[in-house]
Write a protein that binds this ligand. Structure first.
Ligand SMILES: NC(=O)c1ccc[n+]([C@@H]2O[C@H](COP(=O)([O-])OP(=O)(O)OC[C@H]3O[C@@H](n4cnc5c(N)ncnc54)[C@H](OP(=O)(O)O)[C@@H]3O)[C@@H](O)[C@H]2O)c1
Length: 267
């Protein structure tokens, strides 16, 4: 992957930052992105200190003009674009009948519309380079969970988008991938959206069954290197995917039993 040019959206912390490090270690020039300039600067300097060729371009991807400017700036600087990892996203918690409708638009924008805009601006450059366009989804994009209805719907929408883009771009040789991420340790300042549409801190997930962001990054790297379509993260994620395909009623019965007895597990 020597000298390939890669944009990773939402890479000032968490899975995005770990992915930028993995791609940088594999020889790519990595362009990091996030809204907070200070957090982005810190992340870029961490990567530079590891000897990675990293650059930061701050900007809020909910503005399509910002998304377009990000792609164009990278192509102007480097003359090409080989990889786009659509990683930036936002989760939510809450029963559907208690959600403020603002949650619908915020979550669909953060996970789907922003990724669509980035794909729209990047594809004309990924076609000549026969590059990779990867969407970071979630295991709830394979099988929804209670209390995450809108987030599950948004991550499932990425599968539909990727399936269509894969066929439309086969002749041009563009790799389209989707990575379904399972339970992962959070950055301490990671937020989720509550039913009222407010950003609240997520409870820390240390150790146990939660994988590290570096573990997820390895899977994203392997998805790109092997030009795979769908990659499912973690053993519980893989089990969920297989069981849900062959025994969907059983999975629903089991999940409902857990939800009824321990709803706090889904909060
Ligand atoms: N962690 C998990 O357990 C898990 C599980 C399944 C799927 N995922 C998915 O994996 C991806 C990364 O998750 P994560 O846990 O690493 O998230 P995170 O810690 O919340 O990091 C999100 C990153 O995206 C940036 N960002 C958010 N909105 C943005 C916007 N509108 N424009 C530009 N940058 C934006 C944030 O920086 P600023 O705030 O400074 O903009 C930050 O760098 C997401 O798509 C998430 O849905 C995560």
């Amino acid at each position: 992957m020597r000298d390939k040019v890669a944009i990773i959206t939402g890479s000032s912390r968490g899975i995005g930052k770990a992915t930028a490090i993995a791609l940088g270690d594999a020889g790519c020039i990595v362009i990091l992105n996030g809204r907070s300039e200070s957090r982005l600067k810190e992340a870029v300097s961490d990567l530079l200190s590891l000897g990675i060729r990293a650059e930061g371009i701050a900007g809020d991807l909910s503005d399509p003009q910002v998304a377009e400017a990000l792609v164009e700036e990278v192509v102007n600087r480097h003359g090409r674009l080989d990889i786009l990892v659509n990683n930036a996203g936002l989760s939510m918690r809450g029963r559907f009948d208690e959600l403020d409708p603002e949650v619908f638009t915020e979550i669909l924008n953060a996970n789907v519309i922003n990724a669509m805009n980035m794909a729209r601006f990047a594809l004309p450059h990924l076609q000549p380079s026969e590059g990779s366009l990867v969407f970071v989804s979630s295991v709830v994009g394979l099988r929804a969970l209670p209390m995450t209805s809108v987030y599950s719907a948004a991550k499932m929408a990425l599968t539909g988008l990727a399936e269509a883009l894969r066929m439309e771009n086969k002749k041009q040789g563009v790799h389209i991938g989707v990575v379904y991420v399972g339970y992962t340790q959070n950055a301490p300042d990671k937020t989720t959206m509550n039913a009222q549409g407010e950003l609240v801190l997520l409870k820390p997930r240390e150790g146990g069954v939660a994988d590290s962001p570096e573990g997820v990054a390895r899977l994203i790297l392997s998805n790109i290197q092997k030009r795979k379509f769908k990659s499912v993260h973690s053993l519980p994620g893989k089990l969920n995917s297989v069981m849900n395909r062959f025994f969907p009623s059983l999975v629903e019965t089991a999940l409902y039993a857990i939800y009824k007895r321990k709803p706090e597990l889904f909060e």
